[in-house]
Design a protein around this ligand. Structure first.
Ligand code: AMP
Length: 358
């Protein structure tokens, strides 16, 4: 168990690293953050920082020598970079979780082997495999790169009746290994934020209902409009997933809800998740503090929620709405301190309390 004043290393200095650093500071821990950008948003709230590439072995060694435990804010850190560190310092979540989430084939196989359903998927090793897979998927699907996809990047929709989409997909599958996922006519998308402690205790937050725009999360509404069976299935999948991976920390799992209420896992993130940002406004302890508690080996907090709420992301130009958002006394604003506003860039979020529940 870490003591007040101990240091936590965070790989990645974006908004998630920043929110983790703020929570760590509130619990009396110090943070050292590694990021290649000299003006990374999280540096403003860290005690020390290292400007270096995520896979810079020397810099990671230095981070390990300065800290008691290392965690990360994004899943595309090379696994080998952390494997070499595991002797020197604890890395949470572990590299098994990291490796599983980095490759869509490994990730989907992991869920399917546990008896957890996903969209039907086909490993597209060669571009000429696309036509057969597309036919088996009923003519419609989404081609996704196996690795490095996020916020809808590295994917394209394919429709057998629209030759230009098939051409585009073939081009992408020529450039990099991909999977084809059957197109799911879901009724809604939901996610669960779950945490597991070093001694195996699991806590889950209430489920959020998510709306995406252009592949990027737009809003998370809590509670989600789902029935008890769906809720229980999501909790049970989270418990299985975290236990199987011997996971320590917070994880976000995203699902498609079928018309009959059953679930398909879309993907998981071995870190705090955008669809859990609402927890800072509607729960006593946010996902960020919960993650810090887990990796520091201190007891997890209860996850009960005191309000219904809607979290909305501020993307690019949405920053112009900040004065209006500030005029609502029931709304919590959180900006990420990014100096440059760019189209598609996450600049902040706000959570509107819609109703008190206790
Ligand atoms: P992803 O980056 O895989 O989370 O995909 C981004 C968004 O694209 C998801 O949140 C869905 O809205 C949509 N999407 C992804 N995969 C599928 C699928 N197999 N069928 C239908 N929509 C999908």
């Amino acid at each position: 168990m870490l003591q007040v004043g101990d240091k936590i290393g965070i790989v990645g200095g974006g908004q998630l690293g920043r929110m983790l650093a703020i929570s760590a500071g509130r619990l009396g821990f110090k943070t050292v953050i590694l990021d290649p950008q000299p003006n990374a948003p999280a540096f403003e709230f860290s005690h020390q920082h290292i400007v270096a590439a995520y896979d810079d072995a020397k810099a990671l060694q230095k981070l390990a020598s300065m800290t008691k435990v290392i965690t990360y804010e994004f899943e595309n850190v090379p696994v080998t970079a952390f494997d070499n560190l595991s002797d020197a310092v604890d890395v949470h979540p572990n590299t098994k979780a990291l490796a599983t989430s980095q490759d869509r084939v490994t990730e989907k196989s992991f869920f399917n082997n546990l008896g957890i359903n996903t969209a039907p998927w086909f490993d597209i090793i060669l571009p000429q495999m696309l036509d057969g897979a597309l036919k088996e998927s009923g003519g419609k699907g989404i081609l996704k790169t196996r690795r490095f996809g996020y916020d809808g990047k590295g994917q394209c929709r394919v429709d057998i009746n629209k030759p230009e989409t098939v051409m585009e997909a073939k081009k992408l599958s020529q450039e990099t290994p991909c999977i084809l996922e059957g197109f799911i006519d879901f009724t809604r998308e939901i996610s669960i934020i779950a945490a597991r402690s070093v001694d195996g205790i699991i806590e889950t937050y209430d489920i959020a209902e998510n709306i995406h725009r252009d592949g990027i999360l737009h809003t998370s509404t809590v509670p989600a409009n789902i029935n008890e069976n769906t809720t229980n299935e999501a909790i049970s999948i989270a418990q299985k997933t975290l236990s199987e991976l011997d996971y320590v920390g917070v994880m976000g799992i995203e699902f498609f809800v079928n018309p009959d209420g059953s679930l398909l896992v879309n993907e998981f993130a071995p870190r705090v998740h955008n669809s859990g940002h609402w927890t800072e406004a509607a729960c006593a302890v946010s996902q960020f503090e919960q993650h810090i508690r887990a990796v520091a080996g201190v007891p997890l907090a209860k996850t009960s929620r005191h309000s219904d709420c809607v979290m909305e992301n501020l993307i690019g130009d949405d920053m112009k709405n900040v004065p209006e958002i500030l005029s609502h006394s029931d709304t919590m604003l959180h900006l990420y301190g990014k100096s440059e506003t760019r189209a598609g860039r996450k600049m902040g979020h706000f959570t509107k309390i819609t109703q008190k529940t206790i």
